[in-house]
Ligand binder design. Structure first.
Ligand SMILES: [Zn+2]
Length: 202
């Protein structure tokens, strides 16, 4: 995917609010009635939040690493990272959980940074396959671990609230790089870690 458009090439906030007013009229509403008067501004602010990821360079989130790990060289897994994204086909929410693992090569990264990489890509217009690959590729490129694994489970509101109307359906994608791709033992170990009870259940 290409890099985000520079801010100077984007429409203004006023233009975005006008576009929302157009959608309100197109749907059959009167954008001037009291209840809708501030809606264009609110929607623009909400979209700013939904699509905040375009303002973040995910690679920079992983720049600070730690090497004092007493030789720790096993899988690091952060699981059940809840995220909110939007599908690029309908701008409908995708709500899900990501599990992110890597097998460090000497250096580790603060675990909250892994969650922030998930958010940086989730808060864009996405398809789940690309979201999964982008998270995995970024971790793999920056940390250069022995391997990286990303598994995402999510529910797509464009499938639950419109179109085929199938609530309860979840989509699962995974991207395995390095040893997670080449070694079935490492992959099995990851799956065993994923199947343990969550820490909150201890
Ligand atoms: Zn969709």
């Amino acid at each position: 995917m290409s890099d985000p458009l520079p801010k100077t090439n984007r429409p203004t906030r006023e233009e975005a609010e006008d576009a929302i007013r157009t959608i309100l009229r197109w749907a059959g509403e009167d954008p001037e009635r009291e209840g809708l008067h501030d809606t264009p501004a609110r929607v623009a602010r909400a979209y700013e939040e939904f699509f905040q990821g375009y303002e973040i360079d995910p690679k920079t989130l992983l720049e600070r690493t730690f090497s004092e790990v007493e030789g720790y060289d096993e899988i690091v897994l952060l699981r059940d990272i809840r995220f909110e994204s939007h599908c690029e086909h309908h701008l409908a929410p995708i709500i899900g959980r990501a599990h992110v693992a890597y097998l460090p090569r000497q250096r580790v990264v603060g675990i909250s940074k892994l969650a922030r990489v998930v958010d940086a890509y989730a808060r864009r217009m996405q398809i789940q396959e690309r979201l999964t690959a982008q998270i995995a590729n970024t971790i793999n490129d920056v940390l250069q671990p022995h391997g990286t694994a990303v598994i995402i489970e999510s529910s797509h509101e464009c499938m639950t609230t419109r179109g085929v109307h199938r609530p309860g359906v979840s989509m699962v994608t995974s991207q395995m790089l390095g040893v997670f791709r080449t070694s079935s033992d490492t992959r099995r170990e990851l799956m065993a870690m994923l199947n343990r009870p969550a820490a909150s259940e201890y």
